[in-house]
Unconditional design. Structure first.
Length: 422
């Protein structure tokens, strides 16, 4: 299929450049100020909307195989497309857990059949994500984004050391969910003012940063490429900043909800419950500073859909996890870019360029490259209505909020996988 995308706006460091884009045979043929349609090309007027490279989310839960009542690869990747994502990394807390070539193959078959964006699965670090024995990392390595036991911290330092050595030998990333189970003590929201005022059990920040501190020592020892998932605390930012300064091979991500909310914004509703939890205003400020100074490399959604029943039991009893693919760009654009805190150029790097460099997928918006791109109307506000989501998950702390930035279209390998009026 051939397309001519007319009247786009390409973000630059100091504004926008008007462009047309010609797409054919899955690739960008040309980007120029004005182009004529090739014979047989379909012309689409972008009405001066902003054109970005298709975003990369290195942390999503697609729930299939094993939990298709929460989400499927089809619905999860349609959600990604509506959010502007061309590439997503799927976490391995599935049934069967992808801990061998055979079990990974179950997931790969569904991806090949149903995904509408590029899906890069993680292999598990340990068998069954049980933390007792290493998964068959060598067999899975050519087919995975890296290795993670996301949803579970690796409790044994020696097990993590072995995993890092093996990942380093294979040239793969360890993406760690850092959580010390001995410090949880039954908590389910941040151990702060809101928890104390409302009689909730809290999760201390050390349960996150303590394991990060351990792993950074191991990463320095082994030379492993280490990536920290969904950081939420000021101590985590400081530890990673210091590790980078001394040359540790580490990157990290945080999520939009940690950048917008603090624990004082919590409500007695399961849509505010995720792991790690939303923490204090001081933690939020430290995360924003981490985006600005490069300590934090990526924004990832940790898109984690659950059924309505699992999320309707309040803060104490609801399942951990919220959805985020369809609100991520707009949430950060509205709360950080529009007020002038973060540049649009930096946001693009956090949603695309840095992940592409670290994980090795995602393409620049250039002639000759695969046509993985997304188009946003930056001036158009909308009210978040979860009933309109492509995802089967509906639980989001952004429900009812007015945000700016509507995804008009997403293209993957030159095919339109989301169009607002489709």
């Amino acid at each position: 299929m051939r397309y001519l995308l007319k009247n786009g706006s390409l973000p630059t460091g100091d504004g926008f450049r008007p462009v047309d884009l010609s797409v054919a045979e899955g690739r960008i043929v040309s980007i120029a100020g004005r182009l004529d349609a090739a014979p047989g090309a379909v012309t689409i007027d972008l009405h001066h909307a902003a054109v970005f490279p298709g975003f990369v989310d290195v942390h999503v839960h697609l729930r299939e195989p094993g939990f298709s009542y929460k989400e499927t690869i089809r619905t999860g990747t349609r959600s990604a497309a509506r959010g502007g994502y061309a590439h997503v990394c799927a976490m391995p807390n599935l049934n069967p857990v992808p801990d061998s070539l055979e079990t990974l193959g179950v997931q790969q078959e569904i991806i090949g059949r149903d995904a509408v964006v590029h899906v890069h699965p993680y292999g598990a670090i340990t068998r069954g994500e049980q933390g007792q024995a290493l998964a068959d990392m060598e067999a899975m390595a050519p087919y995975t984004a890296g290795f993670s036991d996301d949803g579970r911290g690796i409790q044994s330092g020696e097990m993590m050391r072995r995993a890092m050595r093996e990942a380093g030998r294979l040239g793969k990333i360890i993406a760690a969910h850092c959580e010390d189970n001995s410090l949880l003590r039954g908590g389910y929201i941040h151990d702060g003012a809101y928890a104390r005022a409302h009689g909730h059990k809290g999760i201390c920040s050390e349960s996150e940063w303590g394991q990060i501190a351990r792993d950074l020592v191991l990463a320095e020892e082994t030379g492993c490429a280490y990536h920290v998932c969904h950081i939420s605390s000021k101590e985590s930012v400081d530890l990673i900043r210091q590790a980078k300064a001394r040359g540790v091979n580490v990157t990290c991500e945080t999520g939009p909800h940690y950048l917008v909310f603090s624990d004082q914004d919590l409500q007695e509703d399961g849509r505010f419950k995720m792991n790690p939890p939303i923490r204090t205003a001081e933690d939020r400020a430290a995360l924003v500073q981490g985006l600005l100074d490069g300590s934090i490399d990526m924004i990832a959604t940790d898109h984690a859909p659950h059924s309505a029943g699992e999320k309707s039991r309040g803060l104490e009893k609801s399942a951990m996890g919220v959805v985020g693919l369809e609100t991520a760009f707009a949430a950060v654009y509205t709360h950080l870019v529009r007020p002038g805190i973060l540049s649009l150029e930096r946001l693009t790097a956090l949603l695309h360029g840095n992940a592409a460099r670290r994980f090795g997928f995602g393409t620049p918006l250039e002639a000759g490259q695969p046509a993985d791109l997304t188009v946003f109307d930056l001036d158009r506000p909308f009210v978040v209505n979860p009933e309109e989501f492509q995802s089967m998950g509906r639980a989001t702390p952004f429900a009812g909020m007015e945000l700016y930035g509507v995804c008009k279209m997403t293209m993957v390998d030159g095919e339109i996988v989301w169009k607002e009026d489709a």
